[in-house]
Ligand binder design. Sequence first.
Ligand SMILES: Cc1cc2nc3c(=O)[nH]c(=O)nc-3n(C[C@H](O)[C@H](O)[C@H](O)COP(=O)(O)OP(=O)(O)OC[C@H]3O[C@@H](n4cnc5c(N)ncnc54)[C@H](O)[C@@H]3O)c2cc1C
Length: 484
Amino acid sequence: MAYGAMAGRAAGERPAVLISGASVAGPALAYWLGRYGFRPTVVEVAPALRGGGFAVDFRGAAQLAVLARMGVLGEIRRSGTGGGPMHFIDAQGHQLASLPPEFAGGDVEILRSELSRILYERSLCGGGLCGHGLYEHGSCGRSLNEHGPYGAAAGAAAPGAPPVTEYLFGDSVTSLTESEDGVRVTFERGAPRTFDLVVGADGLHSTVRRLAFGPEERFVSHLGYYVAGWDLPAAAPGGGVPAGSVPVDGMPDGGVRGLADRPVGYGEPGRLVSAGRTARRTGEAGYAGEVFCVFAAAELTYDRRAPTAQKKLIAQAYAGAGWRTPELIETLWGARDLYFDAISRVDVPRWSAGRTVLLGDAAYGATVGGMGTGSAIVGAYVLAGELAAAGGDHRAAFARYERRLRPYVTRCQEGGRGVGEFLAPATREAMAARNAALNDPAAVAAMLAQGQDLAADIVLEDYPARCGGVAPSVTDGGGSIRGA
Ligand SMILES: Cc1cc2nc3c(=O)[nH]c(=O)nc-3n(C[C@H](O)[C@H](O)[C@H](O)COP(=O)(O)OP(=O)(O)OC[C@H]3O[C@@H](n4cnc5c(N)ncnc54)[C@H](O)[C@@H]3O)c2cc1C
């Protein structure tokens, strides 16, 4: 049975879609679904939109064009990180090679937390459906409080027209039972509800995927490296060089906080530790910079909810490392916002099962280097567009979504396969070869061009026009949804 004919819903009532995850894919999908006349509800396990320091990027005509269609490209550009190059150094601090800003930062780089906020705000309004006035590059002009604060069910807090998207923070799906009428969903905290469709946009370790498709081990493969990141604690020493540390060429010797003044990465075979500062964050109270680590390791067993155990694993991985690594690793013990995960890749043979479908990292994640953010945005655009175009036939919509998107995201994912080896090569010879390539302008230009080609290699339907949605105001570039 199609969602358009769902039993138990009053005639004319809009189809209800539950989206699990409020990071990138979830709010982007909610925006498009709201614009096409669906009723999106987003459930997020965190008590509020997640913060966290790491930056994500968009690149290529297709990704930028989708952002422009959403009316958020201008705001994303204005909120960009202002990222610069990262310099690879040796144990004495001599520069060996530089990673150009476009390498990690693409055409536009933004903190993932800021991106979530922008998409969240946009999804509350939909494409002008809430009647709160005209958008100017992604902001409808109403303050967030008028839509309801983070962490609240937004629908309850809005005066006048309710927000297009309902948000349920601090909750998680616990079971999905499909019937003729829809999907009966139980939650950890909220009362059970029935939705026409359910979307898993809840990341690499997706709960929806586990419930509807099977255990994580079947879909997530370890790529041989781990990634960790944390903020330098505000209380980290701000001056003086601790006894035994090595003064570094061209860098202020202001203790570990000073290390972040000039983004540097020190590598040994199979491990990289870097310190830097994101220009966009310098106004944050207590912000001193961040540490980013990539190291090779076979699959490790640990509790993802136990940061102390994770810190021990990271410290072990860097035991005996040179340069000022010990000082940086020491800051780990005071870090409150540790990010730690395997660099892994998600491969789900079929992205839909009945009325449930996967999107973003839950379906085709690649941790780092796989253009996951751009793929999430493009995927949300295609999934919502196909649902709107299918006239109530979710099976046809899911099949077309997968057919159109899979070749693109699979190519993007391939970039993630080599990212660990690129950042932390396994041997001294491989490190030297990586540095030689980065010191060759022609090789760098070729690598950047390859990334751009890959990111643009999709031709997308003009769904907003086809589905009769509100006419987009593409004022900030990329009006055509055509890639290479
Ligand atoms: C260090 C690092 C650097 C990166 N750099 C880049 C980059 O430069 N460029 C790029 O394109 N990509 C980058 N990525 C990848 C990018 O972050 C992801 O591809 C992107 O965030 C995927 O978005 P998503 O919404 O699918 O999933 P996620 O961002 O993982 O979000 C999933 C959301 O679901 C929530 N959730 C989880 N479980 C549940 C549950 N049970 N119930 C409800 N909610 C749940 C989570 O709290 C989270 O809010 C990077 C990743 C990392 C770790």
